[in-house]
Design a protein. Structure first.
Length: 133
């Protein structure tokens, strides 16, 4: 059988029901840009203002009205276990916000559209599928 297989240990699915593309940012911190998270240590994001179009092609971007498998560097359970309070936050930053503001401004003013907060138990119940509307 020849089919695509995603190792459940290394991916989770994000579904974007909105009419705009989103940058998906996950973190153990309650705010973006504060601790080790999915964007701060991404080499493209360190050069944010110079490579915005490249970032839109990265694993952390999802087009409008679509879904995407997001790869994590370790077992996905570890993204929750690394959190001090046992919760993981998923921040959604719209393409328009992302493209029209510097990263420093986005972090300073916490310019995200929505923050979804889950425990590992919540994510297991949802089969590691995050829905954004």
């Amino acid at each position: 059988c020849s089919c695509l297989h995603f190792d459940r240990v290394e991916t989770f699915q994000v579904i974007n029901y909105s009419d705009e593309g989103q940058i998906i940012y996950y973190s153990c911190s309650d705010s973006i840009g504060l601790e080790i998270d999915s964007l701060t240590f991404n080499p493209y994001f360190k050069q944010f203002d110079n490579v915005k179009s490249d970032i839109l092609n990265e694993n952390k971007h999802i087009d409008k009205n679509s879904f995407k498998w997001i790869k994590v560097s370790d077992k996905k359970e570890s993204i929750v276990k690394g959190s001090k309070d046992g919760l993981i936050r998923f921040f959604f930053i719209s393409d328009s916000t992302f493209l029209n503001n510097s990263w420093d401004t986005i972090v300073k003013y916490q310019m995200y559209n929505r923050k979804l907060v889950f425990s590992e138990e919540d994510l297991e119940k949802m089969n590691w599928v995050i829905e954004y509307q």
